[in-house]
Design a protein around this ligand. Structure first.
Ligand SMILES: NC(=O)C1=CN([C@@H]2O[C@H](COP(=O)(O)OP(=O)(O)OC[C@H]3O[C@@H](n4cnc5c(N)ncnc54)[C@H](OP(=O)(O)O)[C@@H]3O)[C@@H](O)[C@H]2O)C=CC1
Ligand SMILES: CC(=O)N[C@@H](CCC(=O)OP(=O)(O)O)C(=O)O
Length: 301
């Protein structure tokens, strides 16, 4: 029997892309609300009651509201928002994070997806901290550039309007919403300075972590990442390239990690490339859904 899936927020950027990935599948039946009533609490509760799994593609407040609306119902959640990424009782939806993560997601009633920048930052930092190669207080800064769809419908409208900038940096006040999850799930003990930016392109991102090598060699870092991800179908450790282009993995659920720098100069740059709407959002949600329903992890991806 098909699994019933309700995408709450299916008219949004993340929701639409999840719907596109799920619509052709015969093992999934989409539960939908009349578009005119998509923000109506009663209509949403009816959809939640009819669903086995609800995927929340909503602003944080509306995601919390959806969980409250489902009180007493037997529906499992995948939340794409920031609302529950460091909350107790929620599995963190990054199957490649550590041994057991995949099984925890598969058996969970509530799964919270990582943010897009967080996916890149945690993918680089967590295995190196876990291996003892990077100290928990060592990562001083994280830099990133994202396509503008990362900001949802509002930022898309702004960046597609006449006179929009080619590039901007933001979140300079150091309150970016992804920092708590990056710290928690990478097991950092110091808050990194985070420098995200947005470019005049729709999808794709690069996340960078600079490091002083000290006694390490680049190969130590690269080998540890390669070992951690050797079984992964979506996360690959690749050779460094001279120019890192944020859009190369668009419309895929893949993420490429690479270790750049120079042993001679003593500096390293860890780099992650992903599609903010792929492995950074909609692809990750579908991967987690696959695990939760016991389907092939890569189905529809
Ligand atoms: N875009 C990205 O790259 C990523 C986004 N996310 C997260 O996913 C979530 C969705 O983001 P995104 O798709 O970009 O945002 P969008 O703004 O594109 O879409 C949000 C959707 O939610 C709908 N909505 C708002 N309030 C309610 C409500 N009370 N009930 C039902 N629907 C509601 C909106 O309706 P309306 O159409 O009327 O505006 C809109 O369709 C956010 O929490 C975001 O942080 C996570 C990772 C990456
Ligand atoms: C470009 C842009 O504006 N990006 C968003 C984050 C996108 C994202 O990942 O949203 P979630 O936190 O819900 O995952 C931001 O910086 O707020």
């Amino acid at each position: 029997m098909a699994h019933k899936v309700f995408i709450d927020g299916e008219a949004g950027t993340t929701g639409l892309q999840i719907r596109e990935r799920l619509a052709p599948r015969t093992d999934i039946e989409l539960v939908q609300v009349d578009p005119a009533r998509r923000k109506d609490a009663g209509a949403r509760r009816e959809a939640l009651a009819a669903a086995d799994i609800a995927i929340l593609c909503l602003p944080d407040a509306a995601a919390k509201e959806a969980v409250a609306l489902a009180e007493g119902l037997d529906v499992r959640f995948i939340d794409a928002s920031t609302a529950h990424r460091v909350a107790d009782g929620w599995a963190f939806g990054f199957p490649e994070l550590a041994p057991g993560a995949r099984e925890a997601i598969a058996g969970a009633a509530r799964v919270s997806n990582p943010g897009c920048y967080s996916t890149g930052a945690i993918a680089l930092a967590a295995p190196l901290v876990a291996a003892g190669l990077v100290a928990p207080d060592e990562i001083a800064s994280i830099n990133a550039v994202s396509g503008y769809t990362g900001g949802g419908k509002e930022l898309i409208a702004e960046m597609e309007a006449e006179g929009a900038p080619d590039h901007f940096v933001y979140a300079l006040a150091q309150g970016h919403k992804h920092l708590p999850e990056i710290i928690k799930h990478s097991k950092l003990t110091r808050r990194p300075v985070f420098a995200p930016s947005v470019g005049q392109f729709a999808q794709g991102m690069v996340v960078q972590i600079p490091l002083q090598l000290e006694a390490r060699k680049l190969a130590d870092l690269r080998d540890a990442l390669a070992r951690h991800y050797e079984e992964s179908r979506f996360v690959k450790v690749i050779d460094p390239v001279a120019r890192v282009v944020p859009t190369v993995l668009n419309d895929t659920n893949e993420m490429h990690l690479s270790v750049h720098g120079s042993d001679e100069n003593g500096c390293a740059m860890l780099v992650a490339v992903l599609d903010n709407l792929g492995k950074g959002a909609s692809g990750a949600a579908v991967q987690n859904l696959n695990l939760m329903i016991g389907a092939d992890e890569a189905a529809g991806l």
